[in-house]
Each structure stands twice: as C-alpha cells, then as structure tokens.
Design a protein around this ligand. Structure first.
Ligand code: GTP
Ligand code: MG
Length: 314
C-alpha cells in the first residue's frame, strides 16, 4: 500500500499549522480540501489568504477519488458473496443472505436480538461457502462489552463445527469510546492484510456516539464524525469484499435528544450509508421478526425467526 499523505504534506504546512488544523477538527486532507476558506481561517486563527493556499494544497494531495465505468463496477459486483443468517426465511428476505461489499444495519429495541444475530453471523462466516459461509476470519468491534464466547461455542457446536477453531477465527476488540471505535477500523484494515476477513461486526455502532454527543449543539458534529466512520466501514467492505454488520438501538420511549423513538439513532447519516437496513422486533412466544426497510434492489418484507440456545433458526 502507498503511504497515506498527512497534513504536513501540504506545501506551507509545518508542524505548528498542522496542529492548529487538527485541533480545529481538520484531521485529514479531504476534510481540508472541501473546507471553506472563511471557516478554516476562523477556526484555525490564520489569515484567509493562507487558508486558501492550504485548501488548494490539500486538493492536490488529497485522494478525492475518481470515476469508474459501469463495467468496472459490474466486474467488482460479480465478486459479491452472500452470508447466511441461519434462518431460511431470513435468508429469503435478503435474497440469499447478507451481501458482501455492503453495510447491513440491524436496528431495534433492547432484547430484539441484534447481538444474537451478530454472534450467529460470526459463526456462520467461518463456514465454507457451500454452507452459506464466507470461509473467513471475523472481526468484531464490541462497544457494549456483550461478546460472549460461550454463545459462540453453543452455536458452533450445534452446526457441527469445532468450537475452538471457530473461536480462534473471531477477533474481538472492545471499543472504549467513539474515537477508539474509529481507530479500531484502521486496525482492522491492517489485520485484514494478513488474513482473509469477510465479515466485520460493529455492535453497537451508535451507543458511544449517543452517550458522548449529548445536547442539541453537538448534533452536527456527531453526524459528521459518524458519517466519516460509516465511510471507513464502507471502504473496508469494498476493499475486502466483506460484509459489514452494524447494530443500532432504537429507544423504546421517546428520547429528548434523538427525537422519534421508532427511528434509529444516527438518522439519515447511518441510513443512507447502510446498504440494507433491517428492523428487528420481538414477536410472540420467543419469535423474532425481521423487517427489511430499505434496499436498493430488494422488495420490503418480513421474516420470522427464532433465537434459541443453538442459535438463529426458523
Ligand atoms: P441490546 O444490545 O440491549 O440493544 O439488545 P439486543 O438487540 O442486542 O438483544 P440480544 O441479542 O442481546 O437479545 C437478547 C435476547 O436473546 C434475550 O432476551 C433472549 O431472549 C435471547 N437469548 C440470548 N441467549 C439465549 C439463549 O441461550 N437461548 C435462548 N433461547 N435465547 C437466548
Ligand atoms: Mg446487543
């Protein structure tokens, strides 16, 4: 990989100005390239002319990305693989399972089985492709300290897999706050260069953001950081032909800061970047209902499944 350029690579930006930029929240070249000179000058307490030069310099250094032909995109999409959920009905809802090169968001109330679904996906991903797996290692970013190896063992045993071998392929990191969570995606990129990782789970995507950015004044900043995080995840998905599964809790009761209780936290930022959104809710007699909310190429619909000691089943 080519070494990524840093702020110090912009002509005329030395360590002192780089520090000012970072303190003002301009952490990467792209953020500077798309900034307005007035804002940047004010936030960094520098002259507007200097700000304009910095922005011009950043535009030259930043990887703004280019255009791809439809055929190139089709070629990449041919590599898409699908991961089974463990339930036939649930898989059918998704036209065969969770697609690689995409972000799948599971949202729902506490206890709606978001975490259980993640465990099952982790186990399934280690299986060969003939069984609906991805024959790959798995990365889990655990922000709520809810990873339970015992559950992995139960699910793996039920599927006839070696529980120890399964656990050995699941790499878990606790995220202590939102910034740490973001850094762990970078770490995950490094790990994925040394082994095949076709599933990354972030459970929960939003809880740290929700806890840290409290109050109306912080909303714009939270959405901006979350947006960047989502794009990092999408980048991981594309580069590694991986499925990204993220969870998002919706409040059971109306929430003063997050508005409509039936809407997932992170609002349109998370919603627009996630390729698939699945709403989970509790049904009768231990059943769970999955509802496909938003998909670029599949009809909306529902599937009923069960959470059992053996895992997700019909
Ligand atoms: P939050 O993270 O709190 O938002 O909830 P969640 O959506 O992640 O819920 P989670 O996946 O933790 O679901 C918990 C539910 O799964 C429990 O209420 C149980 O009903 C079910 N569950 C967990 N373990 C088992 C098990 O071993 N056997 C059975 N039958 N059900 C289980
Ligand atoms: Mg959970």
């Amino acid at each position: 990989m080519v070494a990524e350029k840093t702020l110090e690579d912009i002509p005329g930006v030395g360590p002192a100005i780089a520090e000012k930029l970072r303190e003002a929240g301009y952490n990467d070249l792209l953020a500077i390239a798309v900034a307005s000179p007035g804002d940047l000058a004010e936030r960094c307490e520098i002259g507007e002319k200097k700000a304009m030069d910095i922005i011009e310099g950043a535009k030259l250094c930043a990887d703004i990305g280019g255009f791809e032909t439809g055929s190139e995109i089709l070629e990449r999409r041919k590599e898409i693989v699908k991961l089974t959920t463990g339930s036939k009905a649930f898989d059918e809802l998704l036209a065969g399972g969770l697609e690689s090169q995409s972000i799948v968001e599971f949202f729902g109330e506490f206890g709606s089985s978001k975490t259980q679904v993640c465990f099952q996906l982790a186990v399934n991903a280690t299986m060969p492709e003939e069984r609906g797996g991805l024959d790959s290692d798995v990365i889990i970013i655990d922000s709520e300290n809810t990873f339970r190896p015992e559950r992995i063992v139960q699910m793996a045993t039920y599927l006839g897999l070696d529980p120890d071998a399964t656990l050995a392929r699941i790499h878990v990191a606790r995220a202590f706050n939102s910034q740490h969570q973001i850094l762990l995606v970078e770490k995950a990129m490094e790990l994925a260069q040394t082994m095949k990782v076709r599933l990354m789970i972030v459970d929960s995507l939003t809880s740290h953001f929700r806890a840290e950015y409290v109050g109306r004044g912080t909303l714009a900043e939270r959405q901006q950081v979350l947006n960047r995080h989502m794009h990092d995840l999408l980048n991981f998905a594309t580069l590694n032909n991986a499925v990204i599964a993220v969870t998002n809790q919706v409040a059971a009761k109306p929430d003063a800061f997050f508005g409509d209780p039936t809407r997932p936290i992170g609002g349109h930022i998370v919603g627009h970047t996630a390729t698939f959104r699945i709403y989970l809710r509790k049904g009768k007699a231990g059943k769970r209902v999955a509802r496909l909310i938003d998909s670029p190429n599949l009809p909306e619909g529902e599937a009923v499944f069960m959470v059992t000691e053996d895992g997700i089943k019909d």
